[in-house]
Ligand binder design. Structure first.
Ligand SMILES: Cc1cc2nc3c(=O)[nH]c(=O)nc-3n(C[C@H](O)[C@H](O)[C@H](O)COP(=O)(O)OP(=O)(O)OC[C@H]3O[C@@H](n4cnc5c(N)ncnc54)[C@H](O)[C@@H]3O)c2cc1C
Length: 412
């Protein structure tokens, strides 16, 4: 209501540097987005300059200072969306994935996915999460979007006419109303709203991430190796590799605390000799892993990104899916506006959910099944998984099906 909007100009030499000047935000919007992570920012950009009045609220005061170390494998489809939003062009670096090598420890099966299998130029790109965040953020700051950082949303209310958002900003409690509330906060606030329920499953696994140097330099191949303890991925990242190593919660604590050479030896033992010895490791960080997805919704509310579904990172699909949520929601909001229909009405939300249902459930079932099938010690299942990989490798139409769905989602 009486909040101060940060209109920011970007310092071109460093996309994360900014100067801020202030002007008041409005009392009422068409769309209020809660959560300025990469997905919330993408939606804000997709709605910018469309005539739709949209406000983005982010809890962190200086979000670009948080150096999240996770690597992200972006699909070719995500690259196309980010390009349209103007954020891809701001990325300082990315590493193309030219092949995906999938194997199963202690069974014979393996498969290799290539761009030709999917009929595209590149299978995807590895980017540093922080770089991606900064590039979308810089694009947002350079736009005319209404964006308030340092605004922690504390309360949400909706009825059939719209929603009200209460937030703390610079020590004051403030409110805005909107026709549609979009939750892009990772899913923490949804439980306040009557009607929204989640299915949740703790995988009892953590992902340990780090930059890794191997005797062999990366050649564009992304390695995904399944083991009974969970998958381990080594993604090409500039000259080196980005590691995503799934382990039990206890093991995560142990291996992040190991000295570098013991850690590298342990990784070599786990991953095998495909890249020679590992000779260097950057800072290690660990993330708890869960499956969480909304099974119902509330009036005047749309969920996107991790607030709609949080997945295991095994196939690198969470952000790719979230970006498609944002893009398709923007299309629905813009269509409603152009056709003179009210934004956030049940018909519009039902259409959005219907469009997303197939994509979201297909990716969720795919990633969850990979974990359930491959992360086990059952000799029969291990054998079946090995046979499955051999079948995938020798059946081009099946390969094309899998590769295109990893790149474009259900529409692949
Ligand atoms: C180890 C690991 C590897 C991964 N690898 C891949 C990959 O290779 N490819 C891929 O596609 N995905 C990957 N993912 C998934 C991906 O990281 C997430 O899907 C993505 O970051 C979700 O973005 P988001 O914007 O929806 O949510 P978040 O990044 O969780 O952002 C939520 C935002 O909301 C803000 N917020 C929270 N509460 C409030 C509040 N009360 N008020 C205001 N703001 C609030 C937060 O500050 C934050 O900025 C990986 C995940 C992990 C853990």
């Amino acid at each position: 209501m009486f909040g101060m909007l940060c209109l920011r100009a970007v310092n071109p030499s460093n996309p994360c540097m900014q100067k801020t000047d202030h002007s008041p935000i409005a009392d009422h919007y068409d769309v209020a987005i809660i959560g300025g992570g990469p997905v919330g920012m993408a939606l804000s950009l997709a709605l910018n300059d469309t005539g739709i009045r949209c406000l983005l609220l982010e809890a962190r005061g200086v979000p670009e200072k948080d150096e999240d170390p996770r690597p992200l494998a972006l699909s070719h489809g995500s690259q196309l969306i980010l390009n349209r939003l103007g954020a891809w062009q701001r990325l300082t670096s990315n590493t193309p994935i030219t092949e995906i090598h999938i194997s199963n420890r202690s069974s014979l099966g393996q498969t290799l996915l290539t761009p030709q299998d999917a009929g595209v130029l590149a299978l995807g790109y590895v980017v540093n999460y922080h770089d991606l965040f900064c590039s979308i953020h810089a694009q947002l700051l350079g736009s005319t979007a209404d964006y308030l950082a340092g605004a922690t949303v504390t309360q949400l209310e909706t009825d059939s006419h719209g929603g009200t958002v209460t937030f703390d900003y610079q020590g004051n409690t403030q409110q805005v109303s909107a026709k549609l509330l979009v939750l892009a906060d990772g899913g923490k606030l949804a439980k306040q709203l009557q009607g929204i329920e989640y299915h949740e499953h703790d995988y009892q696994q953590w992902a340990v991430v780090a930059n890794i140097k191997a005797e062999q330099r990366q050649t564009g191949v992304a390695y995904e190796r399944f083991t009974p303890d969970g998958p381990v991925a080594l993604l090409p990242n500039l000259d080196d590799f980005a590691l995503v190593w799934t382990v039990s919660p206890i093991e995560a604590k142990t291996i992040t605390a190991l000295d570098e050479s013991t850690f590298l030896a342990r990784l070599h033992q786990h991953f095998g000799d495909r890249l020679g010895k590992f000779i260097g490791a950057g800072k290690r960080s660990a993330f708890p892993l869960q499956l969480k997805y909304a099974v119902s919704s509330a009036q005047r509310v749309a969920l996107i990104g991790n607030a709609a579904q949080t997945l295991h990172p095994v196939a690198g699909q969470g952000f790719n899916l979230g970006l498609r949520d944002a893009f398709e929601l923007a299309q629905e909001v813009i269509a409603a506006q152009r056709q003179g229909r009210a934004i956030g009405m049940p018909h519009m939300l039902e259409k959005y959910q219907q469009k997303r249902r197939l994509d979201s459930s297909a990716v969720r079932i795919f990633t969850d099944s990979l974990i359930k099938l491959f992360s086990n010690d059952n000799p029969l299942l291990k054998h079946a998984c090995g046979l499955g990989l051999i079948a995938l490798d020798s059946t081009p139409p099946l390969k094309r099906f899998v590769a295109r769905r990893m790149i474009f989602g259900a529409r692949g």
